[in-house]
Design a binder for this molecule. Structure first.
Ligand code: FAD
Ligand code: GLY
Length: 364
């Protein structure tokens, strides 16, 4: 038996790591158990910080997303100062071109502006001439999620988080309405508080309505790092130019369970849509293909906050926006655990919206 001190976090993707760093900075002793970083959605993502381009409906989810995006500059700046490593945070703005004109273009945000056909082609050369207009969201942006997670892992290590890579939690043992211990292949762990941050795999440990939604991705090499300098977010397709000249193109959205790998159909669809949006890419070099599993929930909102177990906190189901939502998730969950504040916003994301407390039993 290995009795961990204060907090034990299951899952070492961006959500588990961000919570670990935040709690450690507040003085807690923290252990993170994570099976495999390569399988994490955090590794596969595009890194867009895009509440407006993603058209999040007005309400608590949009508030969660915009608050998180506002935190991004400071949050990544502090991580960079602590580690000396980059995160690739880039508030470059996102342009959302359309092929069909909306009846009455109403901005989602006061800062977003509608560009008509002439304006959008002057603003962004290279777009398909059939594009009739689009939204410019200057506050949306991007982060290099792979760099960010590497930096978060370094931050966790520097701060003294006990990071156990390659450790799979096999089951969660409950007793009298509390988590008693968790079992791994090597040993058992106990803690005062447990956090479930296992992304798409969450329902393997706790019966939560989280399922994998596969996204296939590819990357091109731009002729120069300046070839494209803002994110293009078109219908079912986005192009995310990194400052190092890599162009991330995504993504499919597939209900295929845990079926792995890239497929000709998936990559063909991505390339067709991307070339149909932004013409210059047709002869750029293909660098890479990959895929990942978004942690989807039935209402597409994350599951955050208390569970039916006194000592288990949930931070999962971030679906398409987990990179964006990392700083706000870390802050709200750390506030809850350290009893500093319970933000009223958390109530919109409580797991009890799916089922009564009595239905909530872990698999053990
Ligand atoms: P993950 O990153 O999946 O990490 C979960 C971790 O838990 C994994 O490392 C796994 O090994 C570990 N784990 C699972 N089960 C166990 C267990 N039993 N024991 C121990 N460890 C376990 N979001 C954005 O904000 N912007 C984007 O542009 C964006 N693009 C995306 C594009 C694609 C193709 C995909 C797939 C996702 C995208 N997302 C994006 C969504 C975002 O990636 C996810 O919401 C986010 O990464 C979820 O983070 P997480 O830490 O909860 O889960
Ligand atoms: N947020 C982009 C995606 O999930 O594909």
């Amino acid at each position: 038996m290995n009795a961990t001190n204060d907090i034990l976090i299951i899952g070492g993707g961006i959500i588990g790591l961000a919570i670990a760093v935040e709690l450690r900075q507040r003085g807690a002793s923290v252990t993170v158990l994570s099976r495999d970083f390569q399988e994490a959605a955090s590794h596969a993502a595009a890194g867009m910080l895009a509440p407006y381009a993603e058209q999040i409906p007005a309400g608590s989810m949009l508030e969660l997303c915009t608050r998180s995006r506002q935190m991004y500059g400071d949050w990544t700046g502090k991580l960079e100062n602590l580690t000396g490593l980059a995160t690739g945070y880039n508030p470059c703005g996102i342009l959302s071109p359309v092929f069909e004109l909306p009846h009455n273009p109403t901005p989602l945000a006061p800062t977003s502006s509608w560009l008509n056909q002439t304006e959008i082609h002057a603003f962004q050369p290279g777009l398909n001439p059939d594009i009739l207009g689009g939204w410019w969201h200057p506050e949306d942006g991007q982060v290099d999620n792979q760099k960010l997670v590497h930096t978060l892992r370094q931050a966790a290590k520097i701060l003294g988080v006990n990071l156990q890579e390659g450790t799979a939690v096999q089951s969660i043992i409950q007793k009298s309405g509390k988590i008693d211990k968790i079992l791994t292949q090597n040993q058992d762990y106990q803690a005062q508080t447990y956090v479930l941050a296992t992304g798409s795999w969450s329902s393997e440990l706790i019966p939560l309505p989280v399922r994998p939604i596969k996204g296939q991705m590819l990357a091109l090499r731009m002729p120069t790092p300046q070839s494209l300098e803002r994110v293009l977010f078109g219908p079912n397709t986005y192009l995310v130019p990194r400052k190092n000249g890599r162009l991330i193109i995504g993504a499919t959205s597939e209900e295929v369970g845990w079926t792995p790998h890239n497929t000709p159909q998936g990559i063909n669809a991505l390339l067709q849509r991307a070339m149909g949006l932004y013409l210059p890419i047709a002869d750029w070099t293909i660098e890479d293909f990959w895929w990942g599993f978004r942690p989807g929930t039935t209402d597409e909102f994350p599951i955050l906050g208390p569970s039916a177990y006194d000592n288990l906190v949930l931070a999962t189901g971030h679906y398409r926006n987990g990179i964006l939502l990392a700083p706000i998730t870390a802050t709200l969950i750390a506030d809850l655990i350290t009893h500093e504040v319970t933000d009223p916003l958390l109530t919109s994301f409580n797991s009890d919206r799916f089922f009564p407390k009595s239905d909530f039993f872990p698999k053990s």
